[in-house]
Design a protein around this ligand. Structure first.
Ligand code: SAM
Length: 326
């Protein structure tokens, strides 16, 4: 059995959101006042999350699991969930804002965490506080150092550029990441914010990012992207590389191998899907592993060929990024 859709793609990369809560308020993601969080009784327990991951790996061909959110470090049972996933024999990864990682990286490494992506949009403390509405850049950088010290690697940094906020700092961020030996990836801003503040004409495109970086560095495009969302470029002939994820202007839907499970147990076959499939209710009603696997396969079959952002009929999903899991 596998998670195939009608367009020839098979999902093998599972993104699991462990909470929709976050301790930052990045302006492109969440409003300053936060959101109405998923109620506790609708949030999957650790055992429920682990069961669905096991079904994904043992019955449906999932080959890699990434934990995200919201902020996954806010999930108390994170290390236990990572350990249980590691025991299934698949690589585990985490996407985090890095707050608190300084104190948890060791335990996560011990639990079997293989890879980590830390979000950091700037290395200017004032710009960091402006974007995230929290003055915590030093804590994120301490978290990055702790991940390296714990032996989790490669450490990747995810950055979103906003016009007239941090777009002029792209080269500084790349310089800093190369100095620290972190692999930087710029992500185009997507229409997934709860406050609907995204405008196609205002976002910083992949082309603009490349043009900006080429003023300071020589970029050489690398082949062999596979199903990776990032296009990679060698910087100044190496050894460092930089990634650009052009989700909006350079979509890679045809090669997508991802499927998402939300903290409240909904399967989403696409980041931009407007429909989702409820595994939590079936699970809590006593469904067998085989029944849950069947429901999951049906959910994947209807994955659309593309996200359609450039289509005039495009509608943003009602769930914001923080509740889907990026
Ligand atoms: N809290 C964790 C973090 O900060 O990495 C994990 C969840 S966060 C939603 C995952 C990634 O999505 C982060 O790198 C964040 O910058 C990115 N992100 C959030 N909203 C976005 C948007 N509207 N467009 C593009 N990327 C976004």
């Amino acid at each position: 059995m596998q998670l195939a859709d009608r367009h020839g793609r098979v999902a093998t990369d599972l993104r699991v959101s462990l909470t929709d809560r976050c301790n930052l308020r990045c302006e492109y993601c969440m409003p300053a006042e936060g959101l109405d969080w998923i109620p506790d009784d609708q949030t999957l327990t650790d055992d429920e999350v682990i069961r669905l991951i096991r079904i994904g790996v043992e019955l449906l061909g999932i080959e890699e699991v990434r934990f995200t959110g919201g902020e996954p470090l806010l999930r108390r049972g994170l290390a236990g969930i990572v350990a249980a996933t590691h025991a299934l024999g698949v690589p585990t990864a985490l996407t985090t804002n890095g707050l608190g990682l300084e104190h948890t990286a060791g335990a996560l490494a011990k639990a079997g965490l293989d890879r980590i992506n830390v979000s950091l949009d700037t290395v200017d403390p004032a710009t960091f506080a402006q974007i995230t509405r929290r003055d915590r850049m030093g804590d994120v950088q301490a978290g990055l150092r702790a991940a390296v010290a714990a032996g989790i690697g490669p450490v990747k940094v995810n950055a979103v550029l906003l016009r007239d906020v941090n777009d002029h700092q792209a080269a500084d961020l790349l310089d800093w990441c190369m100095d620290q030996d972190y692999q930087l990836r710029f992500i185009e801003q997507m229409p997934l914010d709860a406050q609907h503040g995204w405008h196609r004409g205002e976002m910083i495109t992949a082309d603009e990012i490349i043009t900006r970086l080429e003023k300071e560095f020589r970029l050489t495009a690398l082949d062999g992207r596979g199903s990776s969302p990032a296009e990679h470029f060698l910087v100044d002939d190496g050894p460092h590389i930089v990634g650009i994820i052009g989700s909006v202007t350079r979509p890679f839907c045809g090669d997508c191998d991802r499927v998402r499970l939300t903290a409240d147990g909904q399967v989403r076959n696409c980041l931009f899907a407007r429909d989702e499939s409820d595994l939590r209710s079936a699970l809590r009603a006593g469904a067998s592993d085989a029944d849950l696997a069947e429901r999951w396969m049906i959910a994947m079959a209807s994955k659309l060929p593309g996200h359609g952002i450039d289509d005039p009929t495009f509608l943003q999903p009602s769930r914001p990024m923080s509740a889907i899991g990026g």
